[in-house]
Design a binder for this molecule. Structure first.
Ligand SMILES: [Mg+2]
Ligand SMILES: [Zn+2]
Length: 244
């Protein structure tokens, strides 16, 4: 293919950039009974709403902002991932964009603790803020009282990652010669359907995205090249091959 001068790397956050799921991990550490409850409650309650509700519960139990922040900073995050993205970023020809169903506070707290606070040009996720009492308030990106997204591929009500990727590309004047999407979950399937045949997906094996690619990829007209990985050290290798 012709020379690549500018590329976009899109990262899902949980189990992709980070080596854990932030929404679940904080409850596993701070209130495992709530973690257990979330497993069944998610069948009836939208996931972002359930995380917001569980955060209100741990706040009422006296769990502090500091405890939550410390838990986030200690969440598994592989050094090979830090190395891989830092090297590609330093080369200067890659724009990094984060598309996540976690929330602004979880992501910014974790990125800061890894020295990656300026990795992303833009982060699209659920809004979140601390109030004065130390309660972390999380909201859906798509407000439930307003117009809803039109996704037909199965994205959760809080956000359609495919629509968000298209909106990002539409509002940026840069033309990307290649898009590389790093993801693991079933909600990463919608955005990868928007990629072209010379774009790449770095898909984490054994999780929801691999299942959907296998079952629905051909039917849905998936065009991008798929590369599988299991550990962050393998993503570091794959990112190393994206040097321009
Ligand atoms: Mg994920
Ligand atoms: Zn979607």
């Amino acid at each position: 293919m012709s020379a690549i001068e500018r590329q976009l790397v899109v990262f899902d956050f949980d189990w992709s950039l980070a080596d854990q799921d932030s929404d679940r991990y904080i409850f596993e550490v701070l209130a495992s009974d709530l973690r257990r409850h979330m497993k069944t409650a998610k069948l009836e309650t939208q996931w972002t709403d359930l995380v917001a509700e569980s955060l209100r519960k741990i706040h009422s139990r006296g769990i502090t902002r500091e405890q939550i922040e410390n838990t986030l900073r200690n969440m598994p995050f592989h050094p090979a991932m830090v190395r891989g993205v830092s090297k590609l970023k330093a080369e200067g020809k890659t724009t990094f964009f984060c598309l996540s169903n976690a929330n602004e506070i979880f992501i910014s707290t974790i990125l800061k603790s890894k020295g990656l606070h300026d990795l992303f040009d833009e982060i699209i996720t659920n809004p979140a803020e601390w109030d004065e009492s130390g309660l972390l308030k999380v909201r859906r990106r798509v407000d439930p009282s307003g117009p809803q997204h039109g996704c037909t591929v199965g994205c959760s009500a809080n956000m359609c990652k495919g629509e968000e990727l298209e909106a990002f590309l539409a509002r940026n004047t840069t033309k990307y010669d290649r898009i590389v999407y790093v993801g693991d979950g079933s909600n990463d399937f919608c955005p990868i359907l928007r990629l072209r045949s010379h774009d790449k997906v770095l898909c984490r094996s054994f999780r929801g995205l691999e299942t959907r690619i296998t079952k629905e990829g051909e039917k849905e007209g998936l065009k991008a090249q798929i590369h599988y990985w299991a550990g962050a050290w393998e993503v570091e290798e794959l990112l190393g091959k994206l040097s321009i």
